[in-house]
Design a protein around this ligand. Structure first.
Ligand code: SF4
Length: 87
């Protein structure tokens, strides 16, 4: 089993990108290039509501994912265990 981050409450996401910045900080990277987390603004049928989508690279588990999850102000993220072929 390996641990990974899932955006289990994505409807609460405000697009602040703190999760992205924290993952980049841990990789010692500046800016958003090659980030293991990406935040996209989703086109919603309801024009009043802005929704976001997260794309999380499976390599995220090389980082301190507890720290990334705890930095999210909206509790969007959760750590889940994932079955991998190597287990
Ligand atoms: S830190 Fe949380 S609220 Fe901010 S973009 Fe990431 S998932 Fe969304």
């Amino acid at each position: 089993m390996s641990k990974t981050i899932k955006p289990t409450q994505i409807d609460k996401c405000n697009g602040c990108e703190l999760c992205v910045l924290e993952s980049q900080r841990q990789l010692k990277k500046v800016g958003l290039e090659e980030s293991l987390i990406r935040v996209f603004r989703k086109k919603s049928s309801n024009q009043q509501k802005i929704e976001f989508e997260l794309e999380i690279d499976p390599r995220i588990n090389v980082l301190d994912i507890e720290k990334i999850v705890s930095i999210c102000p909206r509790n969007v993220l959760e750590i889940l265990e994932e079955n991998t072929e190597n287990d």
